[in-house]
Design a protein around this ligand. Structure first.
Ligand SMILES: [Zn+2]
Ligand SMILES: [Zn+2]
Length: 347
């Protein structure tokens, strides 16, 4: 089969690889119909994720059709259309029982396209298939569902739920990439009064307005903090969602959080940041971190099926699997290419 393979820092290749086989009776083999590239894949490409080694097939998002199931898989049969969760989980260990699938103690968590071969291929092996796959309802738009593998649950769980967005709140989202936009779409479940999007890219800010941001701020001048404080009568925001993963965006969040507010970090940080406890110790804030657990995927699936949330709006480019390297080129130049999410289709 064809697969997109990490070959060391800044090297990717489209290679022929053997079709994966069942290794454990709880595995399933899925024929990938659609996949996508995540910002995390770009971090891997740059060598920021040392757990990914030379020769690894990348990708942790996608939809497909069950090709083969192990003897202990009971929820799925050959031919079923499935959504692949970016988080693999046994569903049985102590952490899984708490709904903390990202910390599955039986070798699950974020392993796809990281510790084991991922979804940017014609076939993928999914361990713990019963708990790591979701059935796709008949008539569903499969492209839209690719957004449910990672970005929609990540924006919702790590941004909106951890940030405790409530009706009437003022929310700021720092970072208008796919994850920030997913937080923007799902924050609206809770009817916040204001959602302020902060980015440096006018195109992303334009998109944010269409997706429901009430105010947008271009931080190219570095004045986002002053502008947010001016917009909030110097109170700050009830919820500051960090959706980039750098010190600058975290610093904006700690400067704009209101007394009693929440900072919800989503970004993948490669370097330490400074926590300004000299200012925040008496400010009654909470700070949350975490990897997505994907426990909200079944709920989000219903909201997508009903049209309440339309994640398909995030898709800007489409490629055939043979052009996956070109897809990486486009996604790597997201600002210039006006790219949000790309869909890669296997015929
Ligand atoms: Zn991802
Ligand atoms: Zn587990």
């Amino acid at each position: 089969m064809k697969a997109l393979v990490y070959k060391g820092t800044n090297k990717l290749a489209l290679e022929d690889k053997p079709i994966p086989v069942i290794k454990t009776p709880t595995d399933a083999i899925v024929k990938i119909t659609k996949t996508t590239i995540c910002g995390t894949d770009l971090h891997i490409m740059k060598g920021d994720v040392p757990t990914v080694t030379d020769g690894r097939i990348l990708g942790h998002e996608g939809v497909g059709i069950i090709e083969q199931v192990g003897g202990n898989v009971s929820n799925f049969s050959v031919g079923d259309h499935v959504l692949i969760s970016c988080i693999t989980s046994c569903g049985k260990c102590t952490n899984c029982k708490k709904g903390m699938y990202s910390h599955c103690e039986n070798g699950g968590g974020w392993i796809l396209g990281n510790l084991i071969d991922g979804t940017q291929a014609e076939y993928v092996r999914i361990p713990f298939a019963d708990n790591s796959l979701y059935p796709i309802p008949a008539g569903a738009d499969q492209e839209a569902l690719v957004m449910l593998s990672d970005i929609l649950p990540t924006g919702f769980e790590c941004g909106v739920l951890n940030g405790h967005v409530k009706p009437g709140d003022t929310v700021a989202i720092v970072g208008g990439g796919p994850i920030g936009l997913a937080a923007l779409l799902t924050a609206q479940f809770y009817s916040p009064a204001e959602i302020i999007m902060v980015d440096v890219d006018d195109n992303r800010l334009e998109v944010s307005k269409k997706f429901g941001a009430t105010k947008v701020l271009n931080n190219s001048d570095g004045k986002a903090v002053e502008k947010v404080m001016a917009l909030t009568d110097n109170r700050g925001v009830d919820v500051a969602i960090e959706a980039i993963g750098i010190a600058l965006s975290f610093d904006i969040c700690q400067a704009i959080v209101a007394a009693g507010g929440h900072i919800a970090n989503i970004g993948v940080h490669g370097k330490p940041v400074q926590l300004n406890l000299d200012k925040l110790w008496a400010h009654n804030i909470t700070l949350t971190t975490g990897l997505v657990d994907t426990v909200t995927t079944p709920m989000l699936l219903k909201t997508v099926m009903s049209g309440k949330v339309r994640p398909k709006q995030l898709i800007t480019h489409r490629f055939k699997f043979n052009d996956v390297l070109q897809a990486y080129g486009t996604f790597s130049n997201a600002m210039k290419e006006h790219a949000l999410k790309v869909i890669i289709t296997n015929d």
